[in-house]
Design a protein around this ligand. Structure first.
Ligand code: COA
Length: 321
């Protein structure tokens, strides 16, 4: 059995259309100043109207991100034996988005399923993929976070529609015998009793996201910092051992408060929320891609992923590159 699971490469894909805060000023009663001050977001990517109205989008974006990740890993699609897609905006209940991605990639005979943990989906996915790989059930897994959140928004509700964007990120995970590298530890959990503060019904008339923003904000820093400390404890590490934090990009203020709480200088935190908004399960791989491209992911560096999402779900993962 492999000792650990390594992240070999990341790939991303984004819709071309940019929706700025100024565009939103034309749609709801808001302002660029309010959005930047309260969230840090300046613009986000949004799929086309046709995609928004269709049962497609997440699998196409996910497949594009996957193709980039596989190529950067120096592998071929035939090397992949598992596909996990974290999404709360699947194209269909079935076939799963993961199965549709496998079809678009031209790869049958793989384990493939969607994972529903909202914005904590990527970290939950790391945990599940790590378990599948280190128990020998898969060798190389494509973990995809792909979201067309624009489909789930009430575009007349200024409290939610300004926060989110569409996008996809994928990582290639593979088993290794090198005990020093890879996923060192994870902690995932949930608090179902807080489920009502962030919801998206699957059925009924009002199939839009609704949120008690203040409540989410109140719990976010505490719960992500809690998950991080538990994750670090399981690895026998402390906050001083973190070289880089890649947090879920929900709100710049939440991210800075989290860094302060953990005592990690803000220079060691990857933030790209200004360009993409909250892309849920895609936000960590999108930020990882930025950090990898600008040289912040170096051989041997220890990177902490941390996230919180509807459920409420939380998760942190420590990875050594
Ligand atoms: C949503 C969020 C940005 C709101 O920021 P806030 O500082 O808490 O602002 P409040 O909700 O207290 O609203 C303050 C005022 O701005 C108004 N407001 C709300 N949305 C607005 C918008 N888009 N533009 C302008 N004004 C807005 C409110 O109506 C309120 O007005 P009032 O004082 O007259 O009642 C913030 O609570 C947040 O980010 N929460 C976490 C959300 C999140 O990350 N969810 C996903 C988790 S994965």
């Amino acid at each position: 059995m492999p000792k650990r699971t390594r992240i070999l490469a990341v790939g991303t894909a984004l819709p071309d259309k940019v929706l700025t805060n100024h565009d939103l000023e034309e749609m709801v009663e808001t302002s660029d100043e309010w959005i930047v001050k309260r969230t840090g977001i300046r613009e986000r990517r949004i799929c086309s109207y046709e995609t928004m109205m269709s049962n497609s989008g997440a699998s196409e974006l996910g497949a594009r991100a996957s193709t980039v990740a596989i190529e950067r890993a120096g592998l071929s699609v035939d090397d992949i034996d598992g596909i996990i897609c974290a999404t709360f905006t699947p194209d269909n209940f079935f076939p799963s988005t993961a199965c549709s991605i496998s079809r678009l990639l031209g790869r049958d005979n793989v384990l493939a399923f969607d994972l529903s943990a909202a914005c904590a989906g990527f970290v939950y996915g790391c945990t599940v993929a790590n378990a599948l790989i280190t128990t020998g059930q898969c060798r190389t897994i494509l973990l995809v976070g792909s979201e067309i959140i624009s489909k789930s928004l009430d575009w007349s509700d200024r409290t939610t529609c300004i926060l989110f964007g569409d996008g996809a990120g994928a990582v290639v995970l593979q088993g290794t015998d090198d005990e020093e590298r890879g996923i060192i530890g994870t902690h995932v959990s949930s608090t179902g009793s807080l489920g009502d503060i962030l919801t998206l019904p699957a059925w009924g008339q009002k199939r839009y996201m609704s949120m008690n923003g203040n409540e989410v904000y109140k719990h976010a820093v505490r719960m992500m910092s809690d998950a991080t400390l538990k994750c670090l404890e399981s690895c026998g590490l402390s906050c001083d051992d973190i070289d880089l934090i890649i947090p879920h990009q929900a709100n710049r203020r939440i991210i800075t408060a989290l860094a302060r709480q953990l005592g990690v200088p803000i220079e060691r935190v990857v933030i790209n929320i200004e360009r993409y908004g909250n892309t849920s399960s895609a936000s960590i791989p999108l930020a990882l891609d930025d950090a990898w491209k600008d040289g912040r992911i170096r051989e041997g560096c220890r990177v902490l992923f941390t996230s919180l999402g509807g459920g409420i779900t939380i998760g942190s993962a420590m990875v050594r590159f």
